[in-house]
Design a protein around this ligand. Structure first.
Ligand SMILES: *Cc1c(COP(=O)(O)O)cnc(C)c1O
Length: 357
């Protein structure tokens, strides 16, 4: 069948986890599998990442899917609990949670727990998304420590610009985190993927890698190979037509691209309906029979066009790699003015998933 396919290389996934574990030293690893394992499949990635110390998800619904599938690695809810049902379910199933707002703190302090639990308490010192401002954080920490429901606390924060080494906010955030937690008990966790790669002294007690597990570098201007990471997802589709266009003729909707000379164009059966980014520009690379070729014209729902190199012997049916092995997703993302995260998460359920182990 000619159907776009993502091959998911579970050996590469485990290799990347081992790289993270090596970089993390003594620190424990929360492997982030939210958003369907960054588009790689929640359960399959969770199973392959069994040697992580914990799995991180955003929402209760995702944690439920993990437990229903029999995953027994500890799970942490990064956005915490909201409804009574969620609180009850998380506590009953020993799922850990972040407390990041006053409503959650109040709710937690009014529970009547038989066994105290670990709380991940989030500081907001620059991201301005989730978390307590410094003064509120210290007060929340004191309230929790004094309460029977709380066994211990993991003090956490999230960097707003760890992918950009030159951003002064990185130093400001770590400075305030250090200063605030100096006087407080509990473990510490700050490092996402970019931090693990670029600030090796900031691994503390728990690291929280996401994108690097999937083999893509978040650090601006770098690719994963520089960090010995292997791409996990390779996105492939077939050529479904080949045609000659003459100088001056356009290809695709809106006539965005014109042939400057007689050109052989291959139509590939993949489009934004599969998760190929619609904003990929003419010139975005694809890999065909081991050679780079360029996207031409606009991305359609079910098709893209690529310019074949001269003397290409490509045929209908040949397989084209959109990103993955041999073509880093970071490079494609850059050409589409986006990030590899959105490419991975954007794969739709029309695309077949093939796991390789
Ligand atoms: C998603 C997430 C991460 C991982 O981010 P990456 O950039 O993919 O490494 C880390 N921490 C928290 C709280 C997250 O939600």
């Amino acid at each position: 069948m000619y159907q776009p396919t993502v091959e998911i290389d579970l050996t590469a996934l485990r290799h990347n986890l081992a790289q993270v574990q090596q970089r993390a030293g003594q620190a424990k690893v929360v492997a982030m599998v939210k958003a369907d394992g960054y588009g790689h499949g929640l359960i399959a990635t969770a199973e392959a990442l069994a040697s992580a110390d914990a799995l991180g998800v955003a929402r209760c619904h995702e944690a439920k899917m993990l437990l229903d599938a029999g995953i027994n690695t500890p799970v942490i809810l990064m956005e915490g609990c909201f409804t009574d049902d969620e609180w009850a379910w998380a506590i009953a199933n020993q799922v850990q949670f972040v407390i990041h707002n006053p409503e959650q703190l109040e709710h937690f302090l009014h529970l009547n727990l038989i066994t105290p639990v670990t709380v991940w308490l989030k500081l907001d010192n620059g991201m301005h998304r989730l978390g307590f401002a410094p003064d509120e954080f210290i007060s929340a920490h004191h309230q929790l420590t004094a309460h029977d429901n709380c066994r211990d606390i993991v003090n956490m924060m999230h960097f707003a610009a760890a992918d950009d080494l030159d951003d002064p906010l990185n130093g400001i955030q770590i400075g305030s985190f250090e200063q605030i937690t100096e006087q407080l008990t509990g473990a510490k966790s700050v490092a996402n993927s970019a931090t693990i790669l670029t600030q090796p002294s900031r691994t503390y007690d728990w690291v929280r890698p996401g994108i690097i597990l999937y083999g893509s570098s978040p650090v601006i201007g770098s690719t994963s190979a520089e960090y010995n990471l292997k791409p996990v997802m390779t996105f492939k589709a077939n050529i479904i037509a080949i045609k000659e266009v003459q100088a001056g003729e356009s290809v695709g909707y809106g006539r965005d691209w014109y042939a400057k000379k007689a050109t052989t164009v291959a139509i590939v059966g993949v489009g934004y309906g599969d998760g190929y980014p619609r904003h990929a520009k003419s010139g975005t690379p694809v890999l065909i029979n081991g050679k780079m070729a360029s996207l031409v014209g606009r991305v359609s729902m079910d098709m893209i066009a690529i310019e074949l190199p001269e003397n290409s012997n490509s045929q209908v049916g040949d397989v084209v790699t959109l990103w993955g092995q041999g073509l880093p997703a970071e490079v494609v993302a850059e050409a589409a003015s986006t990030i590899s995260y959105t490419l991975f998460c954007g794969i739709t359920n029309r695309v077949a998933k093939q796991y390789i182990d």
